[in-house]
Ligand binder design. Structure first.
Ligand code: HEM
Length: 404
C-alpha cells in the first residue's frame, strides 16, 4: 500500500477490519500524516504509541473541547449539546465533572456487580446453549454490556431494547443497517436518549433507589451537583461508551480465539490467564479506532508545525500494534505481560468504565469457555462500516450443544 492511497476518513478502508497495513505504512513513513480529505479542512493522524501518549497527556495544548473528539463538523446547536459530554471537556471543568461522576463508579456500586454479571451472562448463554448455533454478536456479545449498563442505571426491563436500538443508530451512522447512512437518524436517536434520561431522572428524584442514577443525582463536589443537562449527557455517554466498545471486544475477542486455536487451548488449560487474555483482547481489537484533539495554539509535533485549530487524530489500534513498543505486536498472546496498550486511551480522559469492561469481558469468556468450549465460525463475520468503531455486526457460529 502506498502512502498516497491512504485516506483514513474513508469508512471503506475499514470495511475488512482495521487497516493494519495502512497503519504500518504510516508509522514507518509518515508518523504525523496530513489527511487532506477529512471533512471541511482535513486532519493530522498520529499512529505511533509514543506520540499518541504525549499528545493525550498534554491537554493544555491539545483540547477535547475545542472541536470535540470525533471527525464531524458541528453546527452551533450540536456544538452546545456536545459540550456537555465529559469526553468533550477540558480541565478544569473536566476535572470537576469527572470527580462527580466517579462517585457513580465507586466500589459500592461496582463490587456487587460481579455476582449479578455472572447470572446475566449465564442467562444469555442458557438461551443459545442447546441450539448449537447462534449469531454471536446479537445473541451473546451485545447482550451483556447492554444488560449491565441498563441494570446499573435502573432502566426498566421493558425499555431496554429500545435503548439498545437508539444507541446502535447513534454510533453506527456510517453503516446503512444501523443509521440509514444518515447523520439525521443519529441525531434523532440522541434526542430520544436525552428525553428518556430526563424521564428517568424525574422518576428517580420522585422515588430515589439504590442504583447509579440516584447516586449520580445526589453526587456533590465542592458544593456543585450535576445539572439536568449534565445528567442527560452522562446517561447518553454511558450508553454509547459502555455498549459498543465492550460488545465489539467480546465479538472480536471470540474471533481471535477462533482464529488462534492454540491460544484458546492455553486459556482452557490455564484459567489464571483470563485477566491477561482480557487486556490482550482489548489491545487486539481496539474497538475505539480514534479520538480527536485540537491544537489550542500553533505548535509542533515531531518537528512539524501544527496550526491552531487543526485537528489531530489518535489512532489507538495502530499504537497497539506499534513494533517499537510491543514485542511481536501482530501475535495474539493471551498471556501477554506487560501489556500497557492504549485501547482505553491514556491521560485525563482514560476510560472511566475500564474496570467494569474488564470484569464483563472476563466473566463472559470464563463462562463461555466453561460451557461452550468449541465455538467456531459457521459463516464469515459481517463488519460495521465505520472508521470510528471497529466492530462486527453479525458473526454466525456453531458449537456442540450443551446437554442439560
Ligand atoms: C472494552 C471496552 C471499552 C473500551 C475499549 C473503551 C475505550 C475508551 C476510550 C479510548 C476512551 C477515551 C480515552 C481518552 O481519550 O484518553 C474512553 C472514555 C470513556 N469511557 Fe470507555 N471504553 C470501554 C468501555 C467502557 C464502559 C463499559 C464504560 C461505562 C459504562 C465506559 C465509559 C467511558 C467514559 C464515561 C469515558 C469518558 C471519560 C472522560 O472523558 O473522562 N467505557 N473509553
Amino acid at each position: 500500500m502506498r502512502l498516497a492511497d491512504i485516506d483514513l476518513s474513508n469508512p471503506d478502508l475499514f470495511a475488512a477490519g482495521p487497516p493494519h497495513e495502512a497503519f504500518r505504512v504510516l508509522r514507518r513513513e509518515a508518523p504525523l500524516f496530513w489527511n487532506g480529505n477529512g471533512g471541511s479542512d482535513g486532519f493530522w493522524a498520529l499512529t505511533r504509541y509514543r506520540d499518541i501518549w504525549n499528545v493525550s497527556l498534554d491537554p493544555k495544548t491539545f483540547s477535547n473541547a475545542r472541536r470535540g473528539t470525533i471527525l464531524r463538523d458541528w453546527n452551533e446547536e450540536e456544538a452546545a449539546s456536545n459540550a456537555t459530554i465529559m469526553l468533550n471537556m477540558d480541565p478544569p471543568r473536566h476535572t470537576k465533572y469527572r470527580r462527580l461522576v466517579n462517585l457513580g463508579f465507586s466500589p459500592k456500586i461496582t463490587n456487587r456487580l460481579e455476582h449479578r454479571m455472572r447470572e446475566i451472562t449465564n442467562r444469555i448463554i442458557d438461551k443459545i446453549a442447546a441450539r448449537g448455533e447462534c449469531d454471536f454478536v446479537t445473541d451473546v456479545a451485545a447482550e451483556l454490556p447492554l444488560q449491565v449498563i441498563v441494570e446499573m442505571m435502573g432502566v426498566p426491563t421493558e425499555d431496554r431494547h429500545q435503548i439498545f436500538d437508539w444507541s446502535n443508530t447513534m454510533i453506527g451512522f456510517d453503516d446503512p443497517e444501523y443509521g440509514n447512512g444518515s447523520n439525521e437518524a443519529g441525531k434523532a436517536a440522541a434526542a430520544q436518549i436525552y428525553m428518556y434520561a430526563h424521564e428517568l431522572a424525574t422518576e428517580h428524584r420522585r422515588c430515589p433507589r439504590d442504583d447509579m442514577v440516584s447516586v449520580l443525582l445526589e453526587a456533590e463536589v465542592e458544593g456543585e451537583k450535576l445539572s439536568e443537562i449534565d445528567f442527560n449527557s452522562f446517561f447518553l455517554l454511558l450508553l454509547v461508551a459502555g455498549n459498543e466498545t465492550t460488545r465489539n471486544t467480546i465479538s472480536g475477542g471470540m474471533l481471535a480465539l477462533i482464529e488462534h486455536p492454540e491460544e484458546r487451548a492455553r486459556l482452557l488449560r490455564d484459567p489464571s490467564l483470563f485477566p491477561t487474555a482480557v487486556d490482550e483482547m482489548v489491545r487486539w481489537v481496539s474497538p475505539v479506532m480514534y479520538f480527536v484533539r485540537t491544537a489550542m495554539h500553533d505548535t509542533e509535533i515531531l518537528g512539524q508545525p501544527v496550526r491552531e485549530n487543526q485537528r489531530v487524530t489518535l489512532w489507538y489500534g495502530s499504537a497497539n500494534r506499534d513494533e517499537e513498543h510491543f514485542a511481536d505486536p501482530d501475535r495474539f498472546d493471551v498471556g501477554r505481560h506487560p501489556n500497557d496498550h492504549l485501547g482505553f486511551g491514556i491521560g485525563p480522559h482514560f476510560c472511566l468504565g475500564s474496570n467494569l469492561a474488564r470484569l464483563e469481558i472476563r466473566i463472559m469468556f470464563e463462562e463461555l469457555l466453561r460451557r461452550l468450549p468449541d465455538i467456531e465460525l459457521a459463516a464469515p463475520p459481517t463488519r460495521l462500516r465505520s472508521n470510528f468503531i471497529g466492530g462486527v455486526k453479525h458473526m454466525p457460529v456453531r458449537f456442540t450443544p450443551e446437554r442439560r
